[in-house]
Design a protein around this ligand. Structure first.
Ligand SMILES: C[S@@+](CC[C@H](N)C(=O)[O-])C[C@H]1O[C@@H](n2cnc3c(N)ncnc32)[C@H](O)[C@@H]1O
Length: 392
């Protein structure tokens, strides 16, 4: 596998990555010489103190490794606030109160944008709950919200576990793609393998194992993969979507992420899967490149998200490319409200272009929403335009 010439990490970052590699090596030894790729990905992203999301790396924005939509523009969160406001207003009309839960809040930008947007629409929840696997990001989230919306900070609470039952609006942007995935490979003879990680010749390396039984085998078999095909399956993401759906008593869930419906995801031409790394705004195809300093991610199979949510009793409210979602939720009106003489106007025009262009984030990213026991009298903002639900 070729790795492009990329900026070298500083001495402290390189030492942290080396310490993480040692920890991964110990885990491989303890497991008898082989760990599934999902275990490697979990250690690389979430190992306490050293993992990509649980260590000290900058991660988001210009100094980090990638830029997410809320980092690009506050208009993104303003659009989501309109969807959330419609849900909370409907709950109120049903005589119920609702809170917000955001999963994987990153730097806290989306939380600040949503709180300000909900304040503008008169639908501020009593509690804005954040659930993030990374405790290290908590302080960063608190600082972002304190700077952008100090008067709303006392509504924000950080939860360590999911509530048993929840009413309100649930949202997660680019969270599902950050969950450890398993890698499967069908060889030229048709045999399925699970791809794992070993320590060989002083470095991390791949090693396949025949996959003949168990839940991974059932999931991989159902994909009907052609020979010579490698891809991901995401049982952890499935379980997560199911437990969030199971927690929802009344309200709606909105997931935004990059990915495809099943037929496009497992298309014969996508025979190398979608697993990629991000390092300093470069795409890296070697997942062993500076573990702990490189983000690892795979695209989301939205048909699987639908299947899990549907099985847990949620109703699909819509599935649309991000561009359609944002435009229907009033992105251009919000840009116009900013006014052409606003100092940030030109930068926001560029951000809107990036968020909606089919060549950038407009098509690859999708929005999918579900509801439970919500008596909506109109389509949710964001889902009144093009609907791709038939693709799921
Ligand atoms: C790519 S970042 C996205 C951050 C933010 N939503 C944004 O759009 O900028 C992924 C986030 O998901 C979090 N995460 C991953 N798995 C999670 C889980 N099971 N529960 C909660 N947060 C999770 C990570 O810690 C990280 O903050």
């Amino acid at each position: 596998m070729t790795t492009p010439q990329l900026p070298a990490p500083g001495a402290d970052a390189a030492a942290a990555s080396a310490a993480l590699v040692e920890r991964i090596r110990a885990a491989i030894d303890a497991a008898g010489g082989w760990i599934p790729f999902a275990d490697y990905m979990r250690l690389a992203l979430y190992s306490p103190g050293l993992g990509y999301y649980s260590g000290g790396a900058a991660k988001f924005g210009a100094e980090g490794d990638f830029t997410t939509a809320p980092e690009l523009s506050p208009l993104f969160g303003a659009c989501i606030a309109d969807t959330a406001a419609a849900v909370l207003a409907t709950l109120a009309a049903q005589g119920q109160t609702g809170d917000v839960i955001e999963f994987g809040a990153g730097t806290g930008r989306l939380a600040a944008q949503l709180l300000l947007g909900l304040e503008r629409t008169g639908q501020l929840p009593t509690r804005y709950c954040i659930v993030d696997l990374s405790g290290e990001l908590r302080e960063r989230q608190r600082a972002t919200i304190a700077a952008a919306a100090p008067h709303l900070l006392d509504r924000v609470v950080w939860l360590d576990t999911l509530p048993d039952s929840f009413s309100g609006f649930v949202v997660g942007n680019e969270v599902l793609d950050a969950m450890p995935c398993a890698l499967v490979h069908r060889d030229d003879a048709g045999q399925l393998h699970e791809r794992g990680v070993v320590w060989r010749n002083g470095a991390l390396d791949w090693q396949d194992r025949p996959l003949n039984a168990g839940p991974q085998h059932a999931l991989a078999t159902a994909l009907n993969l052609p020979a010579g095909y490698t891809t991901e399956i995401q049982p952890e993401m499935h379980a997560f979507v199911a437990s969030v759906a199971g927690m929802l008593a009344t309200g709606a869930v909105l997931w935004l992420d990059y990915g495809f419906a099943h037929a496009e995801y497992y298309h014969p031409e996508r025979h190398m899967g979608t697993l990629i790394g991000h390092y300093r705004h470069h795409t890296v195809h070697d997942p062993f490149f500076h573990p702990g300093l490189t983000d690892l991610t795979c695209h989301v199979d939205f048909s699987a998200v639908y299947r899990e949510a549907d099985a847990a009793g949620l109703s699909l409210e819509g599935y649309a490319p991000q561009a359609q979602y944002l435009l229907d939720a009033g992105l251009l009106d919000k840009l116009a409200e900013l006014g052409t003489d606003h100092p940030a106007y030109l930068a926001q025009v560029a951000a809107v272009q990036k968020l909606t262009s089919p060549a950038e984030m407009g098509d690859l990213f999708k929005a999918i929403a579900f509801s439970k026991a919500l008596e909506l009298d109109a389509l949710l903002p964001g889902f009144g335009g093009r609907d791709d639900s038939h693709k799921l």
